[in-house]
Design a protein around this ligand. Structure first.
Ligand SMILES: [Zn+2]
Length: 238
């Protein structure tokens, strides 16, 4: 008898709209903006590279978010509806200024984004920048972007003092890379929690000024100087 009563009550609540399913999208109530996270971003009339390019947006520029079509984001550009690749923008709530993502990774240091993820000029020896550069004062704390195991912690090559951490998040393996550090606070094999201090910002290796070069790869680390390989734009995972 009691069970039947509860069923009726729940049914009534659902009908009257008092309960909200947990999966209800937040999109409806809030307005969003997107910020460009690559150096130069093509703006097109439609959601594919076959559409005409009508302009280009620069690192850090923000636009009103109008929606998404597949892997393309619809924005308001000079008063018109235009499209940019979702790979190169981060979406955030225009009221809370919080990014709208799964928060799988945290931004590993407090710094200024000086070079975004994506095609690059080639003047530093690569035509695709497979990470992001966050400029900060020497000695600024660098944190593990997610919980994982340190698989590399050494001074070597273009990355200078660097750390690589392997992670598994919701069944997906990732490798994160933290380069050009001043000091390293972890050793190979160590398990680190999300937010743990792993080192400090520096200017070691192929670096011109104190900054953290940060990459995220799907599965194991694969490097290419001319394509994304298996790297992803960290801003799509923050
Ligand atoms: Zn870099």
């Amino acid at each position: 008898m009691k069970k039947q009563l509860m069923t009726i009550t729940l049914g009534a609540l659902l009908v009257s709209g008092l309960t909200v399913p947990a999966s209800t999208p937040v999109e409806a109530a809030t307005s969003y903006k997107v910020q460009v996270t690559t150096n130069v971003l093509n703006v097109r009339t439609g959601p594919s590279t076959s559409y005409q390019k009508v302009g280009s947006a620069k690192l850090g520029q923000t636009f009103t978010y109008l929606g998404a079509t597949g892997s393309w984001t619809k924005i308001s550009y000079n008063g018109s509806t235009r499209y940019v690749s979702s790979t190169y923008v981060k979406k955030y709530s225009s009221t809370s200024l919080q990014t709208v993502t799964a928060n799988k990774f945290l931004i590993p240091t407090k710094g200024t984004l000086t070079q975004g993820y994506g095609p690059a000029s080639g003047k530093y020896g690569y035509t695709f920048h497979n990470g992001i550069d966050l400029a900060a004062a020497k000695g600024t704390t660098v944190q593990a972007a997610a919980t994982g195991q340190v698989i590399v912690a050494r001074n070597y090559g273009a990355y200078g003092n660097h750390v690589m951490i392997s992670h598994t998040i919701n069944g997906q393996a990732y490798t994160s890379v933290y380069a050009h550090m001043d000091r390293l606070n972890v050793v190979k094999g160590q398990t680190v929690a999300k937010g743990a201090k792993i080192g400090t910002v520096g200017n070691t290796g192929n670096s011109f000024g104190n900054h953290l070069h940060f990459e995220i790869h799907k599965n194991k680390y694969v490097y290419s100087s001319s394509t994304a390989a298996n790297s992803v734009n960290p801003y799509t995972l923050f």
